[in-house]
Design a binder for this molecule. Structure first.
Ligand code: NAD
Length: 305
């Protein structure tokens, strides 16, 4: 088996692949033209978000049997086409969950106490003590939209902070929610009742701009909104319209990354908005877990061939 790695991965991952007999070519950053020329010689392609694994690339990869996304999202992969060609797709969906959940809690606390704003002012020589009164999270209601891997962890952490947790999902998660003292409710009820709302859905047609103007109108004044899922889930223009009456919003993901459009730039530079550059998975531990999880999934896929 020959594997081509087209984006940066850890050395340990490369060693793991070689360890189970795969002949690995490590070519991070390989230009598209060159990739198209050589992909035909490999059974396994390992890539991150930079490499567009579209129909053209798959067609050139005549021997391809396994597409391995070094991460979670498959937005850059022609999934249906690959499946039609009988290619197995593997990724590492569990690896970043804890890191993304911890970031979510960090962002919620940063919003509650306006930490980035205070940090900026003190560094600029000011002493804004008494200028921004914070809020506690204890006793507040957190609405978790999407009770999957990350949503569940966020709910658990929030429970340990003394928050009440409600959740909405398209599937019945009521039993799992009850186990950690949370409660499943309808989407609109969640929007109406939450003091903080955290979004953890996958991007799909039902979640694209699920928080639009009409939905955001249901959210309480002074509620906070955290999004570490996918930027397209929130209609950024609508959020800009509502931001003044909300407590604030913390966004690790944006509909345009990096942001360029004038309205999006206005939103992220708003005093009540905290923004981070899609760093949910960026911890040493998540990267370590990712290498391990993906190597195991590739090994299993090879066995099934
Ligand atoms: P998951 O698949 O485990 O959970 C997603 C949940 O959303 C599922 O329970 C699903 O039923 C639910 N859902 C789908 N459509 C819904 C809808 N319309 N309404 C309510 N619920 C709905 O996913 P996960 O691993 O928990 O990841 C959650 C999100 O976080 C994904 O969008 C993922 O891409 C993103 N993510 C971001 C980062 C980052 O760097 N910020 C890192 C990892 C994951």
């Amino acid at each position: 088996m020959r594997a081509l790695i087209t984006d940066p991965t850890s050395d340990k991952f490369v060693e793991r692949l070689r360890g189970f007999g795969v002949d690995v070519d490590y070519r991070p950053g390989i230009p598209r033209e060159e990739l198209l020329k050589i992909v035909g010689g490999y059974e396994i392609l390992v890539f991150r978000s930079r490499t567009k694994v579209d129909q053209e690339l798959i067609d050139r990869g005549e021997r391809l049997k396994i597409l391995a996304r070094y991460g979670v999202g498959l937005d850059n992969v022609a999934v249906d086409y690959a499946i039609k060609r009988g290619i197995t797709i593997v990724n590492a969906p569990n690896a970043p969950s804890r890191s993304a959940a911890e970031l979510t809690i960090g962002l919620m606390l940063a919003l509650a106490r306006r930490i980035p704003l205070l940090d900026k002012e003190v560094k600029a020589g000011k002493w804004p003590k008494g200028k921004y009164m914070g809020v506690e999270l204890y006793g507040k209601t957190l609405g978790v939209i999407g009770f999957g891997r990350i949503g569940r962890l966020v709910a658990q952490y929030a429970r340990s902070l003394g928050m009440n947790v409600i959740t909405s999902d398209v599937i019945d998660v009521s039993k799992e929610a009850e186990k950690i003292g949370a409660r499943q409710v309808g989407f609109e009820q969640l929007l109406r009742e939450s003091d903080a709302i955290s979004v953890h859905v996958t991007l799909n047609p039902s979640t694209y701009r699920m928080l639009d103007d009409a939905r955001l109108s249901l959210v309480k004044d002074n509620a906070m909104l955290i999004n570490t899922s996918r930027g397209e889930v929130i209609d950024a223009d609508a959020l800009l319209k509502h931001i003044d009456r909300l407590w604030g919003a913390a966004l690790d993901v944006l509909p345009e990354e990096p942001p360029k459009s004038e309205k999006l730039l206005r939103l992220i530079s708003h005093e009540k908005v905290i923004v981070t550059p899609h760093i949910g998975s960026e911890t040493a531990e998540a990267y370590e877990r990712l290498a391990e999880e993906l190597a195991v999934n590739i090994q299993e896929a090879i066995k099934r061939l």
